[in-house]
Write a protein that binds this ligand. Structure first.
Ligand code: ATP
Ligand code: MG
Ligand code: MG
Ligand code: MG
Length: 440
C-alpha cells in the first residue's frame, strides 16, 4: 500500500475521552472510530489487524479439528425461553421486536442456538461424536459501562466454540484441547495469557478457566504464583486427539496457584512461598467452560446409544475476545512513541520511508524495494508523501510496524539503506537487497 493512497486518519492530539493507552493509540493511529457508546467502526488499519487476529484464531481452531460455521447475530427469544436464560440474562441482553411483534435479541453468546442446530441435525448416534463447532461473530452486550475502547465494547467480535461429547470424560478432553489451542493462539499474537481458575457466571458450570494478560489497566484482580510466568507453550507438536497429551498440558499450566478475585482463596494462596506470591491486574482475553448437560437436557439435544436409549450430550463452550485482543496486545506492547506490533498480527510487515520524495534515485530505489517485498508475498506500507523526515518517522512509530526501511540520497550514493527495528530501535545500514532478504 502507498500511504498517499491509503486512508489513515491519524490524530495529532491525544483524544480526551481515552483513559488508557491502547484506546488512545487506537484512536490516534486512525484504527477505530466510535459511532455510539461501545460501538465502533473499524477503519482500514484497525480492520487489517482484526482480520489477522481472526486468521490466527481460525488456524489454531482448525488445527485441533474444530469446524467453522456462521450463526446470525439476531436470535429468536423463544430459544432462550427454552433454556430459561431469557429472563435470567438481565439488562445486558439487547431485546428487539420485529414488525410481526416477534421477540428477538442480539446474541450475547450462542449456547442455545448451537444446541438447537445440533438437536435438529441428522446427528443422532453416539458414533457421530465428538464434535466441536465454532464461529467468529459479532456479539452485543449492553454493558453498563462500556469503556476503554474496544476493550469493553457493547458490540464486539468473539470467537465462540461449542463441543458435543458423549461422556463427561470426553467433554473434559475437549476442554483440555481448547486450553491447548488457546495457549498457542495467544502466543502467536505475541501475548502471554495465563489460564486462571475463574467463576462460571451466566454461562454456568464449575469447570472454567479464564485467560488473562497481565496489565495494570486490566479490570480483573489476579493472584498467582510467579513461577507460572516462566511457562511457554512454544512450538511443541501435540496430538489433539490424545487425551493424555492434552491433559498433561492442562496440568502443567494449571497446577500452580493462579486465580481471579472471584475464586481467590487466601488460605491456599498463603501456601505459595511469599517471594513468589503476586497480586496484579489482568485483562480477560478468553474463557473455557465445561457445563455438562445444562443446555442439552432442557433443550433435548440427545444421541442414541447402542441399546436404543437416548442420552443428552455433554457440552462446553469456549470464547476468545477477538476485538478485545487488539487492546490487550497494545497494552502489552507499546512505548511512548506508539504501538509496537508483534510480527504475528502487524497490519503491514514493514514501512518504507523515502527521505527525499521526488528525487529520482530515492524514488526508484523505494519503488524497487516496494515491488520486491510484494513479489515475495509481504505487505509493505510505502510512505511516498512529500513530507518532512521527522513527520514520516513519527507516523511509522505511531502505527508500530515492526520494521522500517529508510531510503535517503546520502546512503543510496553508497548503495545503502537503513533497516530499523521498531521494538529495539536498532538501526543497521545495508544494501537494499540485503534489507529485503532480512524481511522475508
Ligand atoms: P468480562 O468479564 O470482561 O465482562 P465475560 O466474562 O463477560 O467478560 P465471556 O462471556 O467469558 O465474557 O466472553 C468470552 C470473551 O469475550 C471474554 O473472555 C472477553 O475476552 C470477550 N468479551 C466479553 N465481553 C466483552 C466486551 N464487552 N467487549 C469486548 N470483549 C468482550
Ligand atoms: Mg461480562
Ligand atoms: Mg469475565
Ligand atoms: Mg468470561
Amino acid at each position: 500500500m502507498r500511504l498517499s493512497r491509503y486512508f489513515l486518519p491519524v490524530l495529532k492530539e491525544d483524544p480526551k475521552e481515552a483513559q488508557i493507552v491502547s484506546h488512545r493509540l487506537m484512536l490516534r493511529a486512525g484504527m477505530i472510530r466510535q459511532q455510539a457508546a461501545g460501538i465502533y467502526s473499524w477503519l482500514p488499519l484497525g480492520y487489517k489487524v482484526l482480520r489477522r487476529i481472526e486468521q490466527i484464531v481460525h488456524e489454531e481452531q482448525q488445527r485441533a479439528g474444530h469446524i467453522p460455521l456462521l450463526m446470525p447475530t439476531l436470535q429468536p427469544a423463544d430459544l432462550w425461553r427454552e433454556s430459561g436464560r431469557y429472563d435470567d440474562y438481565g439488562e445486558e441482553m439487547l431485546r428487539i421486536r420485529d414488525r410481526h411483534k416477534r421477540d428477538l435479541l442480539y446474541g450475547p453468546t450462542n449456547e442455545e442456538m448451537i444446541t438447537d442446530i445440533f438437536r435438529s441435525s441428522n446427528i443422532s448416534s453416539y458414533k457421530d461424536l465428538p464434535l466441536t463447532l465454532y464461529h467468529i461473530q459479532w456479539k452485543f452486550r449492553d454493558e453498563i459501562r462500556p469503556r476503554f475502547g474496544v476493550m469493553r465494547g457493547r458490540e464486539f467480535l468473539m470467537k465462540d466454540g461449542y463441543n458435543f461429547d458423549l461422556t463427561k470424560e470426553d467433554a473434559l478432553h475437549a476442554y483440555n484441547r481448547h486450553l491447548v489451542t488457546y495457549l498457542r493462539t495467544y502466543e502467536r499474537m505475541g501475548l502471554q495469557a495465563i489460564p486462571m481458575r475463574a467463576d462460571g457466571g451466566p454461562i454456568g458450570g464449575d469447570y472454567t478457566h479464564e485467560f488473562l494478560v497481565l496489565a495494570e489497566t486490566g479490570e480483573s484482580e489476579v493472584f498467582y504464583d510467579s513461577e507460572i510466568t516462566d511457562l511457554t507453550f512454544g512450538d511443541r507438536q501435540i496430538d489433539y486427539d490424545s487425551k493424555e497429551e492434552c491433559q498433561a498440558v492442562l496440568e502443567e499450566f494449571t497446577s500452580r496457584y493462579a486465580r481471579t478475585d472471584e475464586t481467590h482463596d487466601d488460605a491456599l494462596f498463603q501456601q505459595v512461598p511469599e517471594s513468589r506470591r503476586r497480586v496484579a491486574r489482568g485483562i480477560e482475553v478468553g474463557q473455557i467452560f465445561y457445563f455438562g448437560t445444562k443446555y442439552s437436557e432442557p433443550m433435548g439435544a440427545t444421541v442414541a446409544m447402542p441399546d436404543g436409549s437416548r442420552v443428552p450430550v455433554h457440552m462446553g463452550s469456549h470464547g476468545i475476545g477477538v476485538s478485545r485482543l487488539l487492546g490487550a496486545i497494545i497494552e502489552a506492547s507499546h512505548d511512548d512513541k506508539g504501538i509496537i506490533w508483534p510480527e504475528g498480527v502487524t497490519p503491514f510487515h514493514a514501512g518504507i520511508v523515502n527521505l527525499k520524495q521526488g528525487d529520482s534515485s530515492t524514488d526508484s530505489a523505494c519503488e524497487a524495494i516496494y515491488a520486491e517485498l510484494r513479489a515475495r508475498g509481504l505487505d509493505p506500507l510505502y510512505d511516498d508523501r512529500d513530507e518532512r523526515a521527522g513527520a514520516k518517522f513519527a507516523r511509522m512509530d505511531l502505527i508500530g510496524l515492526p520494521w522500517r526501511i529508510t531510503v535517503g540520497p546520502r546512503g543510496l550514493a553508497n548503495n545503502m539503506v537503513e533497516l530499523t527495528n521498531r521494538r529495539t530501535g536498532e538501526n543497521e545500514e545495508m544494501s537494499p537487497k540485503d534489507a529485503v532478504a532480512r524481511l522475508v
